[in-house]
Design a protein around this ligand. Structure first.
Ligand SMILES: *Cc1c(COP(=O)(O)O)cnc(C)c1O
Length: 503
């Protein structure tokens, strides 16, 4: 039997492809001559070019742009790179100062770092506690030599919408080009580039039910000379982004934009109550903190930090949900999210965050099941934590005298990566019963549980079964987590120190 598919709650990482989009792409690949090179003058080329221009109109219409203001790229990462590098370089003769923020996507932060190597100075603004950039802080950061401001419209981790109008007003007054990464905004909230006075804007098809590998950079009419190309070749896309255009990808992007334009008001009306219902269920579990609280947010993202549990353990216990913890790009390294840290969350809360992101194909029933799964897992992990024994448990954990044959050994503590406590009932020189409490990553919990069942029947001399290296080998614990196993060994050593007759 194969396990049922998990509930997909990671729309902010990528949305499912709308079947209507897939259909249009399939048709394009199979259509007579649709595969021609759109740059060719013959009929095959013209057919492809016509499809591309139709799609360009659909993409432009979604953001209130003119078709000629759309430059097709491979996605938001490429658009961000083109904008950051291209605008800064084109204006370097006027100054070498760039302003962005600490909660940008890596596709903006990494080019910023690259610009520093080219001699630019980059100011990264810190958002307020709920995730918005204060326009006053931006005003204070602007200098006479500032040549670019790049701030995202919607943050991908917490879904907070920035006050872009106030920000662009400041830039326009000073004649500074403004770029926005709008990958999470386009298709989810109304975005009108002319009304918002945005000069350059990145977005991507796979965040709005289109295919991966296609996106766009909006370049305001008249702003083209502010942008230097970063790649060179056949002159396509006005020389800003050369390369043969992928007709079927662009057709899919166009259809996705067309559907977003006609559907998003209705989708928003459906998703906002779903998000609020999910939040009220999670809030009722206690110790839940809404990240981005109090600010306008997109309908399909809910980011919550949970007290008293470790994020990686929480996610690995939720195998029936496809959700992300911290930032999707970072979850492999299990580093606390830099975005949540920038909002002032401590490491523990930044690490124990879940991002639920959902959309067109998500049902109320799926979100209810998600909330129940989180509730079950939180309860399990919190009950397993040494903190569940309360202050008495903690103080009894370091007894100076063994009480009634029970000894307690503990290592780590609240706020630390690992916190383990073993409780042993010792009679006639050997362990009769062993139990444990643990807080930490999945491997920490697994090793503590594995050890606890192996302690029974052991005498003092042979209490600790092997070394942390042995345990790591036995349970396939990655080398970088060995330090956590040393803590578990410390807890067992504490047990030895409290062994009856050893006081
Ligand atoms: C997804 C995303 C990107 C990257 O887009 P790609 O098309 O995958 O390159 C950039 N910025 C934000 C805010 C995103 O959410």
């Amino acid at each position: 039997m194969t396990a049922p598919e998990p509930i997909y709650l990671d729309y902010a990482a990528s949305t499912p492809v709308d079947p209507v989009v897939a259909e249009a792409m399939d048709e394009c690949l199979r259509a007579r001559g649709g595969w021609g090179n759109p740059s060719s003058m013959h009929v095959f080329g013209r057919r492809a070019a016509e499809r591309i221009e139709a799609a360009r109109r659909q993409v432009a219409a979604l953001i209130g742009a003119l078709p000629e203001e759309i430059v097709f790229t491979s996605g938001a990462t490429e658009s961000d790179n083109m904008a950051l590098l291209g605008i800064a370089r084109a204006n370097a003769h006027r100054g070498r100062h760039v302003v962005s923020s600490r909660i940008e996507h890596k596709a903006v932060l990494d080019p910023c770092r690259h610009l520093q190597k080219e001699g630019f100075t980059v100011t990264l603004l810190t958002p307020g506690r709920s995730g918005t950039i204060d326009p006053q802080a931006l005003a204070a950061a602007l200098r006479p030599d500032t040549v670019l401001v790049s701030l995202m419209l919607v943050n991908n981790e917490i879904g907070v919408i920035q006050d872009i109008e106030a920000i662009t007003a400041l830039c326009r007054d000073r004649g500074i080009p403004f770029h926005s990464d709008a990958a999470q905004a386009v298709g989810r909230i109304p975005v009108d580039v002319h009304a918002l006075a945005i000069d350059f804007m990145s977005f991507t098809a796979h965040k709005l039910y289109g295919p991966k590998g296609i996106g766009a950079l909006y370049v305001r009419a008249g702003a083209k000379r502010q942008l230097q190309p970063v790649t060179f070749g056949g002159g396509q896309e006005k020389g800003l982004r050369p390369g043969t255009l992928p007709t079927h990808q662009i057709v899919g992007f166009g259809v996705a934009c067309e559907r977003a334009r006609t559907m998003f008001a209705e989708e928003r009306a459906r998703l906002v109550p779903l998000r609020e219902a999910l939040w009220s269920k999670l809030a009722a579990l206690g110790g839940a903190h809404l990240n981005g609280e109090g600010e306008p947010r997109v309908p399909g993202i809910l980011n919550v930090s949970f007290e008293g549990v470790e994020g990686e353990s929480l996610v690995s216990g939720l195998s029936e949900l496809a959700v992300s913890t911290g930032s999707a790009c970072n979850s492999a390294s299990a580093e606390p999210s830099y975005v949540l840290r920038a909002l002032g969350r401590d490491t523990e809360l930044a690490q124990s965050s879940l991002r639920f992101s959902f959309g067109r194909f998500t049902t109320a029933g799926e979100l209810e099941r998600a909330a129940s799964a989180v509730s079950r897992e939180l309860e399990r992990l919190r009950a397993l934590s040494p903190a569940s024994e309360g202050p008495e448990g903690a103080s009894a954990a370091r007894p100076s005298m063994p009480r009634g044959g029970e000894i307690v050994g503990e290592a780590g503590g609240p706020g630390q990566e690992v916190w383990v406590r073993f409780r042993l009932q010792v009679r006639d020189g050997s362990v009769r019963k062993a139990s444990f409490k643990a807080y930490g990553c999945p491997q920490t919990l697994a090793v503590a549980a594995w050890l606890a069942v192996r302690l029974e029947g052991r005498s003092r001399a042979e209490l600790i079964p092997g070394t942390p290296e042995d345990w790591a080998r036995e349970l396939a614990v990655p080398a970088e987590k060995l330090g956590r196993l040393l803590k578990i060994e410390d807890a067992l050593r504490e047990c030895l120190r409290h062994w009856p007759g050893e006081v």
